[in-house]
Write a protein that binds this ligand. Structure first.
Ligand SMILES: *Cc1c(COP(=O)(O)O)cnc(C)c1O
Length: 431
């Protein structure tokens, strides 16, 4: 697999290099040159295939840097949990990506990346330090994905007081190779600190840094698998699919765009956001104006400057018109989010986390304005049990807490408190 930087200054790399570097030195993003179309026969028979079989076919088409039998193991070991496609009502379906170990969709990317990194490290015997900024869910998915992995140290930066109780416990209760840095600041500060460290030659010459944020191509690729799977499950309805993706850094939506490029028939995407609506604004006006992030109850989407935006552009041939035609932007306030969680629970007995509720609403409103000749899929990105503190008790009381989340709440939090001043992170990394 050959990848280039979207800024076209840094040299091309293979998959291994892209995974270990995370980010090219020119501050662009790695993109594969070739996103191949899958053959018609694959789509003709897709409904007969399991999630793992579909995922392996997709992975094999994209990745030629790993022997097939090893790639198959990586894919199958990543996908050890259920991905139900649930009919919520009418032509609206929930693609539940919430049944992995951390109960957020980020398990797909993190588990796949951890296994790919371990494979590459076997050949290579180097030690790597994964530095990752999290607004909540990335950190726990990455921590669990890499927990105990040989040759890998993981440092997680999270904004103090801005993640839910359960999220914080998930980040701060793993020992071994996982360290949690609690940053006094917001998620943008965490993201900036990580980016600064990657571009700091003094640090990178001494410490072998790698990123596990959604900028890492190894996280992006597996996020395309489940779009194919949703299609396989809903193909019999015979109507074009629309996907509503609750979006922050747009890694999840990029996964959908990869699937589409590989030939998945998709009518269009909905980028559903909270008050952090730079992309919906861009889609309306053509002006891209990143901002500081605003805190909301759907905190994993509190991103003011989405780091996958250059990939969105790249995937649409850098044409605003093409992107606007393919992606519809929707934005909802916290009040609208809560109202949606409550209404959908009351009417359809379906409990959602705030992020998922935003995706549901974006889809429901979109379908109302369109003909009924579409099948709508919203991506359920976190288990509602992770967000009990921000959903109304009536809904919260109906949510069954998964066993591993119960256990994590009984463990003791261990974190290192740092300010948002880069020098403090630098001192920590160099010590
Ligand atoms: C990370 C996250 C999102 C946003 O995904 P992006 O790939 O950053 O757009 C949405 N919902 C939940 C629950 C998340 O953890």
């Amino acid at each position: 697999m050959k990848l280039y930087s979207t800024n076209h200054i840094s040299p091309d790399v293979d998959l291994k290099e892209a995974v270990f570097r995370g980010l090219p030195q020119d501050n662009g993003l790695y993109m594969p040159y070739d996103i191949p179309k899958l053959p018609d026969s694959f789509f003709e028979n897709i409904e007969k295939l399991s999630l793992q079989e579909i995922a392996f076919t997709v992975a094999k088409a994209l990745i030629n840097d790993v022997p097939e039998d090893r790639l198959k193991t990586i894919v199958y070991d990543t996908l050890t949990f259920e991905v139900p496609v649930v009919n919520v009502h009418d032509n609206i379906y929930s693609l539940e990506l919430i049944h992995g170990p951390s109960h957020a969709f980020k398990d797909f990317g993190a588990r796949f990346m951890a296994r790919l990194v371990s494979y590459f490290l076997e050949e290579d015997k180097r030690e790597i330090n994964i530095l990752v900024a999290t607004s909540g869910d990335t950190g726990s998915a990455v921590a669990q994905g890499f927990y105990g992995a040989k040759g890998v140290k993981v440092t997680i930066l999270y904004p103090s007081g801005k993640v839910s109780d359960i999220q914080e416990r998930q980040l701060t209760t793993l020992d071994k190779n996982i360290t949690a840095l609690e940053i006094i600041g917001n998620f943008d500060d965490c993201q900036r600190l990580v980016k600064t460290a990657f571009l700091d030659k003094e640090v990178t010459s001494k410490v072998n840094l790698s990123s596990a944020n959604s900028i890492n191509i190894a996280r992006l690729i597996p996020q395309s698998f489940y779009y194919f799977y949703a299609y396989a499950k809903l193909k019999h309805l015979g109507k074009p699919l629309v996907f509503s993706v609750p979006s922050g850094n747009y890694g999840n939506l990029c996964g959908g765009l990869i699937a589409q490029k590989m030939g998945l028939p998709v009518h269009g995407f909905i980028a559903s956001t909270n008050a952090n609506d730079v992309v919906p604004r861009y889609l309306a006006s053509g002006l891209y104006e990143p901002k500081s992030s605003v805190t909301t109850i759907s905190n994993a989407m509190d991103v003011g400057s989405p780091n996958n935006f250059p990939r969105l552009q790249e995937m649409h041939g850098k044409s605003f018109e093409t992107m606007k035609h393919n992606i519809t932007g929707k934005r909802y306030s916290d009040a609208e989010t809560t109202e949606t969680v409550n209404n959908v629970h009351a009417k359809y007995n379906y409990a959602m986390c705030p992020h998922t509720a935003i995706a549901y609403r974006g889809l429901a409103e979109y379908l109302n304005n369109q003909s009924k000749e579409l099948t709508g899929v919203f991506l359920a990105t976190a288990h509602p049990a992770k967000f009990l503190d921000v959903i109304d008790t009536k809904v919260a009381d109906s949510v069954i807490m998964p066993e591993n989340l119960k256990r994590v709440m009984e463990k003791e939090k261990v974190s290192i408190l740092l300010s948002n001043n880069y020098q403090e992170l630098k001192d920590f990394l160099l010590k």
